[in-house]
Design a protein. Structure first.
Length: 438
């Protein structure tokens, strides 16, 4: 018995040795050259450099056609397959309960439907929309009656029955008058698992609240009392936040504030927590501040524009809002600064190895405010019992070719009914399926 156990241990040792420890401290930062499936990073709040440790630069690789035969790089045991192309800025992907995959084709102002399994041409479900982005099915569960779509200025819904690949009628406006214009036009949506609350993410109009102006201490207290802790005002009113409303659009109010640009929403399957992936501000240097993924706490304030990653003051607002210094919620998972996370989906399938179940996949659209490019990949957030470990791991890379050229910018991510991972990228307008190799 002892000999057999020792033999088993020696067999396992090489496999265990292949699991890399997360890169931490300065090693957790870097550019695309260090990316490959399996590389893990763990960025902690104490790892952050001071503001302006490097110059803030504007640079981004040019988009080129995907080189012939070029495929995204995925871990051993997985296969990446092209399932749709020729789309105009495809962004959010959401899987309907029957397995069809809905696509927000933002650049064409329409929503498409890719048949279950990704085989076949994506049909046009609805068109004539203003930069559609978020998609959600209501009520949550196996038999939704509506498809909700977030346009940049409103949320609408279409009557729906399982298998519909064309809207049954005109859009019904659920919420009108969402803030428009400014730097961030994307509006993602999600429902609480019980279907009682609709969540809407609204990005800021500016980089760091440059045009908000100032208020007196009394005016600030009154504003926070009406709009929530740390709520932005002036041209940023109702922005840099996650809002919540009843499913019919009534009782629209703030859920959490100080979130510069939450471009992706999802609910964690084991506990129903609302998660958000956020693009943080620019202009403070190559490695500051981190983007992040986090469970969003109701009533919480996440820092923008006065602070970042806890009580770190933005030097452009030095001395402002001292009342908030000890009230900033620190996000759960810090991501390489300027990676631009846009989508998030939790893995609930059984087609991947068991260790993937419960983890989240996040798409990183890629940097522009960094001397050497970073992002342009899909990463896996490592979870344990529904809670984040803080580490994340490269899963799908190879979209960038050099400092000067790239062919893919991942945006949308969803888990198909077949257990495969589906990813949209909006540089060349393609959708990819990643499945376990047979």
């Amino acid at each position: 018995m002892t000999a057999r156990l020792l033999a088993a241990a020696f067999i396992l040792l090489p496999a265990l040795a292949l699991a890399e420890a997360p890169r931490t401290g300065p090693d957790a930062f870097g550019d695309w050259r260090a990316d490959r499936p399996g590389v893990q990073r763990l960025i902690r709040p104490d790892d952050l450099p001071p503001p302006y440790a490097t110059e803030s630069v504007a640079t981004q690789p040019d988009v080129v056609a995907r080189p012939r035969g070029r495929l995204p790089r995925v871990p051993d045991g997985f296969v990446a397959e092209l399932v749709a192309d020729g789309l105009k800025i495809p962004r959010v992907l959401r899987t309907a309960p029957n397995g069809d995959i809905f696509i927000a084709e933002s650049g064409a102002g329409q929503v498409r439907v890719l048949p279950e399994g990704g085989d076949g041409n994506p049909a046009i479900f609805a068109k004539g929309l203003d930069r559609p982005y978020g998609i959600a099915f209501y009520p949550p569960g196996p038999d939704p009656r509506f498809v909700y779509v977030a346009e940049t200025g409103k949320v609408v819904r279409f009557a729906y029955a399982a298998g519909d690949r064309q809207a049954r009628g005109k859009a019904e406006v659920v919420i009108a008058g969402l803030p428009k214009g400014g730097a961030h036009w994307t509006r993602d949506i999600a429902f609480s698992p019980d279907g009682k609350r609709l969540f809407i993410s609204i990005g800021s109009a500016s980089n760091a609240g440059e045009r908000m102006g100032e208020k007196s201490a009394k005016a600030i207290a009154d504003w926070d009392g009406q709009h929530g802790l740390g709520a932005a005002w002036g041209p940023e009113a109702g922005r840099a936040a996650v809002l919540t409303a009843d499913p019919d659009g009534r009782n629209l109010r703030s859920f959490a504030a100080g979130i510069r640009n939450c471009s992706g929403l999802a609910t964690e399957p084991s506990n129903g927590a609302l998660w958000c992936v956020t693009n943080e501000r620019d202009g403070l240097g190559d490695n500051l501040p981190p983007d992040y993924a986090t469970a969003v706490k109701e009533g919480a304030f996440y820092g923008w524009p006065w602070f970042y990653i806890g009580a770190n003051p933005d030097p452009r607002h030095e001395g402002a809002r001292p009342d908030l210094k000890g009230k900033v919620t620190v996000p759960d998972v810090l991501l390489q600064p300027h990676s631009a996370p846009l989508g998030i989906a939790f893995y609930e399938g059984d087609a991947f190895p068991a260790g993937y179940r419960g983890d989240a996949f996040v798409t990183l659209h890629g940097s522009w405010n960094r001397s050497e490019p970073t992002g342009y990949k899909v990463v896996r957030l490592r979870m344990q019992d529904g809670r984040p470990t803080g580490a994340y791991e490269d899963f799908m890379t190879g979209f960038i070719l050099s400092d000067q050229t790239l062919w893919g910018r991942p945006v949308g991510v969803t888990i198909g009914k077949d257990g495969a991972l589906y990813v949209s990228e909006d540089a060349n307008g393609t959708i990819w399926r990643v499945r376990a190799a047979k």
